[in-house]
Write a protein of this length. Structure first.
Length: 581
C-alpha cells in the first residue's frame, strides 16, 4: 500500500481500478494471453525489437553525419540498452511465464527500469531513464499498442491517473465510468479543479511524479476530502473507505430533506444560496438541491468543450436552456473569462510569459469585439425567456466597465433595428477580483446593479500566487487575513450604497468559510451544486450572532492557517456532522 499526498480540489471518495495516462496521453492495458500463444507473442516482440534497432541505427548514422560521432553515440547507448540480455530475459519471462501480452510486458519492465534509474543518486545515470522511456515508446509503436483516445471507449468504472488533464479533457470525461481522478500537476483554483467540482468527481491534483510506478488495473482510492490517493490499499484501509462512502450516502440522504427549506439562520436571517455551473445539464442538480438561482454561469466552457468556436446560436441555445429550466429563478451569466493562451480556436495574441497578468477575461473580450458581440447578443436574446443578468469579469478600471456597458447598449440597439426579440433592461454586474477594484469600489458601485466577489482570483492577485501552480499551492489561501480584509471592505461599500453583493468563489463552498462570510455581512452565496446542501445545513444550524462572533475572532488572527484551524474547530462544535474525520 502506498499513500501519496496532493491538493484536494473536489470532495468525495472514489475507489476503482487505475487507468493510467502518461504525459504522452496513451495507456497500456493489462492483457493476458493463452499459454499456447506465448511463443508467438514473444516472436512478435522480437520483430518489434529488430525494427526499433534498425531505426536507432538510422538515427545514429544521420545524427553523426550532421552533429558528429559524439552526439550520435547517444543512440549507441540506446542500442546497448535495447540489446541488454537481462532486459530480454525479463521480457521473455513476463510473456512465457506470466503470460503477459508483449505490449504490457514492455510497458511494465521498461517503466520499472526507468524508475530504478531515477532513484539513483548519480544524476548522469538518472538521466538515462529518459532513454529507457524513449525505447519503450518506440517498441509500443511497433507493437501497435497506442490507444490515441483512451477515454473515448470506456466500458467499465475506472479512476483516471494522469500527468495532467486540461479543462476540456475533464469536461469530456464520461461520468458513467470515471469515478474520480488525480494528476501529477495542478493547483486547487485552476479551471480543471472547477470542472471537477461541476462534474461532482472526487479529485486530487499536484501529487508529483508517481505514474511510472503504477500499473493499469491497480486498485486506487482517491480521497478528495483530504487530498490524497492510496495505491493498492490493504483490506482494512479499503473497508474504512467503503464505510466512509456509506456514511456520506447517509448524510446526503439527510441533507436532501433540506431541499425545499430556505437557507435561513436559526434566528431568521435569510441567506440567498445560488449555484455555480459550467454546463447547461447541471441545472437539474441545482434544482434537486434547492438552489435559489444560478449565481455564476461560467460560459468559457462553451469554448473549452468544443473543437470549434461557439456561434451566437450556440450561446443562445445554451443560455436559453439554462434560464428556461431554472423556471423563473435568476441566472447570472459571466462573460468569457479565459486568457488568450487558452483560445485554441484562433490565435488572439503572441505568446505571453505571464498570461495571468496579460490578455484575458474582459481585456480579451474588449480587444476582440467579433468574439464579444455574439455572446452579448445571445445573452440579450435569451433574456426573453426568464431572469437573466450579465456580469463582467476581471474589471480593473472604470474605463473597462464603461466600455463593456456601452457595447451592451450598442448590441441591444442592433438587435432592435434587426427586429430580433431581446431584452435591453437586464441587470449589469461586475466581478470584484483584483485589489484595484476593491480600492476603487466606491466609484464602480455607482455604475452597476450588483457586485460579485470572485475569491479565486482575488486571492490569487492579492497574494501574488498562480492558483494553478502546485509549487506555490500552500500560499494560495482565500482565508488569508489580507483577502478577508478586502472582502470586508467590499461588504461595507455595497451596504453603504444599497447594492446586492454575492461571493461566488470556491471559498463560499467550504462550510466553515461560508459561516465566516455570513459573519462578515455577506447575504448572497453561490457555490458548486454539490456543496448546496452542506452549506444550507451549515447556515440553518447557526445564528447570526454566532457567525458574527466567528468573524470578529477571525479578524484578530494573522495567518490563513490560524484562521482555518479556528474555523474547523467552530464547525466541529456548531455543525459536527459536516466535519470530515
Amino acid at each position: 500500500m502506498v499513500e501519496l499526498q496532493g491538493i484536494p480540489v473536489s470532495p468525495g471518495v472514489a475507489i476503482g481500478p487505475a487507468l493510467v495516462l502518461d504525459a504522452d496521453g496513451y495507456r497500456i492495458s493489462r492483457t493476458l494471453i493463452d499459454a499456447n500463444k506465448a511463443d508467438q507473442e514473444y516472436a512478435r516482440l522480437r520483430s518489434a525489437v529488430d525494427a526499433v534497432a534498425k531505426q536507432i541505427e538510422a538515427n545514429r548514422l544521420e545524427t553523426s553525419a550532421v552533429a558528429g560521432d559524439e552526439t550520435g553515440d547517444i543512440f549507441s547507448a540506446q542500442m546497448q540498452m535495447l540489446n541488454d540480455p537481462r532486459l530480454h530475459g525479463e521480457l521473455r519471462r513476463r510473456i512465457t511465464t506470466d503470460l503477459h501480452a508483449a505490449d504490457y510486458a514492455v510497458n511494465r519492465v521498461l517503466r520499472n527500469y526507468a524508475l530504478a534509474l531515477r532513484r539513483l543518486e548519480n544524476p548522469m545515470l538518472a538521466e538515462r531513464a529518459e532513454d529507457v522511456l524513449d525505447i519503450e515508446k518506440q517498441l509500443l509503436q511497433q507493437l501497435g499498442a497506442f490507444d490515441e483516445q483512451p477515454l473515448s471507449d470506456l466500458t467499465e468504472p475506472v479512476v483516471i491517473l494522469s500527468h495532467n488533464l486540461s479543462p476540456s479533457e475533464t469536461a469530456n470525461l464520461d461520468r458513467r465510468y470515471v469515478q474520480g481522478f488525480c494528476t501529477e500537476v495542478g493547483g486547487s483554483g485552476g479551471h480543471t479543479a472547477i470542472v471537477a467540482k461541476g462534474l461532482e468527481l472526487p479529485a486530487v491534483v499536484g501529487i508529483g511524479t508517481f505514474l511510472d510506478s503504477v500499473a493499469n488495473g491497480t486498485r486506487v482510492i482517491v480521497d478528495g476530502d483530504r487530498g490524497k490517493i492510496i495505491l493498492d490499499p490493504d483490506e482494512s484501509t479499503l473497508a474504512s473507505y467503503q464505510q466512509r462512502i456509506k456514511q456520506s450516502q447517509t448524510l446526503s440522504a439527510q441533507l436532501a430533506e433540506l431541499r425545499d427549506l430556505p437557507a435561513e439562520t436559526a434566528d431568521g436571517t435569510r441567506i440567498r444560496l445560488s449555484a455555480n455551473i459550467e454546463f447547461p445539464h447541471e441545472t437539474g442538480s441545482c434544482l434537486e438541491r434547492g438552489a435559489d438561482g444560478i449565481g455564476l454561469y461560467r460560459t468559457e466552457f462553451l469554448y473549452l468543450a468544443s473543437t470549434e468556436e461557439p456561434s451566437e446560436q450556440d450561446h443562445y441555445e445554451a443560455y436559453s436552456q439554462v434560464v428556461s429550466e431554472m423556471n423563473g429563478r435568476p441566472v447570472v451569466i459571466r462573460t468569457l473569462d479565459l486568457g488568450a493562451d487558452k483560445m485554441g480556436h484562433r490565435p488572439l495574441a503572441e505568446q505571453e510569459y505571464n498570461p495571468f497578468l496579460g490578455l484575458r477575461s474582459i481585456r480579451l473580450s474588449l480587444r476582440n469585439l467579433d468574439l464579444f458581440r455574439p455572446q452579448l447578443r445571445a445573452i440579450l436574446r435569451a433574456a426573453t425567456h426568464g431572469d437573466i443578468r450579465v456580469m463582467f469579469p476581471l474589471i480593473t478600471t472604470i474605463g473597462e466597465l464603461r466600455q463593456a456597458k456601452m457595447l451592451l447598449t450598442v448590441v441591444a440597439r442592433d438587435l432592435k433595428e434587426e427586429g430580433i426579440p431581446h431584452r435591453a433592461d437586464i441587470p449589469v454586474g461586475m466581478m470584484v477580483e483584483v485589489p484595484a477594484a476593491v480600492v476603487m469600489l466606491e466609484h464602480f458601485v455607482k455604475e452597476v446593479d450588483f457586485l460579485s466577489i470572485g475569491t479565486n482570483d482575488l486571492a490569487q492577485y492579492t497574494l501574488a500566487v498562480d492558483r494553478s501552480n502546485e509549487y506555490v499551492a500552500d500560499l494560495y489561501q482565500s482565508s488569508d487575513p489580507a483577502v478577508l480584509r478586502l472582502i470586508q471592505r467590499c461588504v461595507d461599500v455595497a451596504d453603504d450604497w444599497g447594492k446586492p453583493l454575492a461571493v461566488c468563489g470556491e471559498m463560499s463552498s467550504i462550510p466553515g468559510r461560508a459561516l465566516l462570510l455570513v459573519g462578515l455581512g455577506v447575504r448572497n452565496l453561490s457555490v458548486p451544486p454539490l456543496a448546496l446542501s452542506r452549506i444550507k445545513k451549515a447556515i440553518r444550524s447557526v445564528s447570526i450572532s454566532e457567525c458574527k462572533e466567528i468573524a470578529e475572532r477571525v479578524m484578530t488572527l494573522d495567518s490563513a492557517r490560524d484562521v482555518d484551524v479556528y474555523l474547523l474547530d467552530r464547525l466541529g462544535v456548531l455543525v459536527p456532522e459536516l466535519v470530515v474525520t
